[in-house]
Design a protein around this ligand. Structure first.
Ligand code: 13P
Ligand code: SF4
Length: 300
């Protein structure tokens, strides 16, 4: 029996659905019931009726699904698949900022550990951060953990004061402005599509800035035929599927998230077969982390 047939059979036996992020390998996206960006997947996770969720993504994604769905069993193909940026903020510094600014909102990118979420007022993703920050009554915003997304949001919301944290995504930080300019020279008609985890100098080159879903929707609606894509190349799967006649260029050779690439069909089948890599959280942490995530779902 092929691995795909095995997964489909196990899905029925376990009453499971498969969620996959756009950065997962093509064949993993192909077997998923739902594929999307972080916001879409966290919303979908709250609407699922199946007993088991197999989350083909990194740790914080599985954790968010579990936080929002305590009665479901959430499993991951590989527990080692973890977003390094999710750990790049400091609880002591959060407490320090809360003491310093009376009206502070701690805005936490969903790419964060459950523990960091418990110290936050609201979560955001790259697709709703602008909308949510604008809707907050607070003037001072401490944006964790991603400095680049924080700086991009701040550039669009000039009436608020931001305090930045020095977290970053190593994959997006590697796509530098000189790389983008070089590809643009080779393809002058191409539109530049940028994920806001890129640095501001790259963002300033963009024709469009947005989440992975936003990038896919923009390219699909655009009359342009060529695009320079400044995000992980897993999005090429959906971009090419929706736009068979258009051309998509990466900016660096290894535009890959090594953690997302740990997820394979074989590991997905193994996890379902043995019901392993179950996401578990202390109930107190889960409840405290749920508040900022639910606030995101309300405001986003
Ligand atoms: P999205 O919000 O576009 O899904 O991005 C998630 C992510 O991890 C980007 O590196
Ligand atoms: Fe984390 Fe970057 Fe990978 Fe996204 S691409 S999961 S931010 S390391």
């Amino acid at each position: 029996m092929s691995t795909i047939d095995k997964i489909n059979q196990l899905k029925k036996e376990r009453n499971a659905v498969i969620l996959a992020h756009y950065y997962a390998e093509d064949e993993v996206q192909a077997i998923a019931d739902y594929v999307g960006d972080s916001f879409y997947l966290s919303k979908v996770a709250t609407e699922i009726e199946a007993e088991t969720i197999l989350f083909c993504g990194v740790s914080f994604m599985g954790e968010s699904a579990k936080i929002l769905n305590p009665d479901k069993t959430v499993i991951m193909p590989d527990r080692k698949a973890d977003c390094p940026m999710a750990h790049m903020a400091d609880i002591e510094k959060i407490n320090e900022m809360r003491e310093k600014y009376e009206d502070l909102a701690v805005v936490c990118y969903i790419n964060s550990t459950a523990l960091l979420k418990t110290y936050s007022d609201v979560c955001v993703t790259s697709s709703n951060a602008l909308k949510i920050v604008k809707a907050l009554p607070n003037r001072h915003i401490y944006f964790i953990p991603d400095e680049n997304l924080g700086r991009y949001v701040a550039s669009q919301v000039p009436d608020k004061e931001f305090i930045f944290n020095d977290g970053y995504c190593h994959v997006h930080k590697n796509m530098m402005v000189e790389h983008v300019k070089k590809v643009k020279e080779a393809h002058p008609q191409a539109e530049i599509l940028v994920h806001p985890e890129c640095t501001m100098d790259v963002i300033q080159q963009a024709d469009y800035v947005g989440s992975t879903s936003g990038i896919i929707d923009y390219a699909t609606a655009s009359s342009a035929e060529e695009f320079i894509v400044c995000t992980e190349t897993g999005v090429f799967h959906e971009l090419k599927k929706k736009n068979p006649g258009k051309h998509f260029y990466s900016v660096v050779q290894d535009q890959l998230c090594p953690d997302m690439k740990l997820i394979t069909l074989e590991k997905a089948a193994e996890a379902l077969e043995h019901m392993e890599n179950v996401v578990e959280l202390e109930e107190e942490i889960r409840l405290r982390a749920k508040r900022p995530l639910e606030r995101m779902l309300e405001l986003g």
